[in-house]
Design a protein around this ligand. Sequence first.
Ligand code: 9MR
Ligand code: 9MR
Length: 582
Amino acid sequence: MKIFPHLAAALAAFGLYCSPACAQQHSDAIRLNQVGFYPAAPKVAVIAADAGGGFEVKEAKSGKTVLKGTLGEMRTSPHSGKHTRLADFSALRKPGTYVVEIAGLGKSAAFTIGDRVHRDVAEAALKGFYYQRASIDLPEKYAGKWARPAGHPDDKVLVHASAVSEGRPENAVISSPRGWYDAGDYNKYIVNSGITMGTLLSLYEDYPLFFEDFNTNIPESNNGVPDLLDEVAWNLRWMLTMQDPADGGVYHKLTNPRFDGMVMPDAAKNPRYVVQKGTAATLDLVAVMAQASRVFKNFDNKFPGLADSCITAAVKGWQWAEKHPAVMYNQEAMNKEFDPDVATGTYGDRSVKDEWIWAACEMYATTGKPEYVKNIDLELQQPMALPTWSQVKTLGYYTLLRFAEAVKLPAGQSDGLRRNVLSYADGLLTNHETQPYNTVMGKSAQDYAWGSSSVAANQGIALLYAFRLSKDRKYLHAALGNLDYLLGRNATGYCFLTGFGSKRVMHPHHRLSIADGIVEPVPGLLSGGPNPGQQDKCAGYPNKFADESFTDNDCSYASNEIAINWNAPMVYLAAALEATMK
Ligand code: 9MR
Ligand code: 9MR
């Protein structure tokens, strides 16, 4: 139907016509989880405008008012100085579809109250990994309109001059297929795969039953293995090929010398290399393989021999690391010595103490042999640190807590671990209810690092561990608050998971989404989120405030890229909350 703008406006005013844009005609100043709320959970919207007085919650369809409330005290953002107020409608528990309305401001977008309200989010975020798969075509049956031919077969990868070893001279050809593309780029990095796999495998170990019935419509669905583990296996098999069989050391990454252009995977034909072995990559692989061998042992009939290959790889990697306890990946130094120069993501680290701790904890939990932790300072006297790709020791702590009884961890150590997690969580909770968005996320300016969305998600995971240790729901509710943050209750107003929300991320820095010619980006991918570093120098940032330094622009790799290590905690948070709120 062709309809003239004036007529459309007139009809819309009487509720008779809704253009595609009309779905957007809600107040951007009313910020809330754009997906929805569990009936029994806290529910808040944040009003980012000078408003006072009351608010109403109405049924979206009938317009009937179901709850009236008063806006809370004025709050101030420590980052921008801007003011907000809360509309707390937790008392509303009846499942349905609603809007929040403020006189003078208008309505929020419609949202749902219901059970399993984040089920789709959790499934989509896991499915996001399927879309990132290298070396396989994605047929329409599984990928819908994002179907695409295979790219990066990686069956003829060159050994870089920095990575030669016995039997593998410079330019030797090896096969290293499968795995997930790291992010908006098409390279595959062991370090970043490490934390990603650790997070997904821990999700499985923490909530195994939940994944018995969790279908993401991938080629392996219904093969008797949880889809989560089928997806993990795709990357696991790639990681195994990244270990040098000669000595057990692990290549830092599989990469082009320079980033591919903004093309589809099958059009990217640049040569790819495995580069320099290092201790961080090797220990990250050790940790992943140790954990994977534990998990896949229970699926030996479906993946014959996989668990064995994993533990063998872990032991070999450990032995290499003992001989090379601190070989750092330094790309600049490498480029001075070897050709071709490599200009892709570095994932370089200054310390591998935390990688040692993580690997040791996983080896201990899998083998039960205390010698793996005997000569390692577990740093239990130090405060806990949120996991990031460069700081992984807490992944080891989570595992030790999970297996404290099984490995008969000395009481002193398990108490120390418990105290560490709880005091970290308590630190997160301090004053969070006075924050502009009533979230743990964003209390500290440092939360807005490159990939800040993963900070929010990882804080949520830490809070869930605290909840499981204490059974105190204040931690659970704060974890939910961070999910609310990711899905729209934040200073940008965006829902950061592609494919969801009323204010969507449409232009992530993601080669697949840029090159495929489809309007909607690949769904289920978590945008990096606000990052005042603005390293991409992209036009479009609204300002320099930490909590608003985001632009939904595909040039913005510093605020709007996607990455596997950000998606993994998103999957964890959403799935774990679904499992818990049942
Ligand atoms: O596309 C690259 C992205 O995946 C990285 O995170 C980012 C930072 O390393 O770099 C992007 O590539 C850009 C490069 O660094 C500079 N020239 C433009 C490239 C594409 O925007
Ligand atoms: O997530 C990484 C971030 O912590 C770094 O500050 C940044 C710059 O080195 O790189 C990020 O990782 C990128 C990687 O280097 C290449 N693939 C895309 C990753 C996400 O932007």
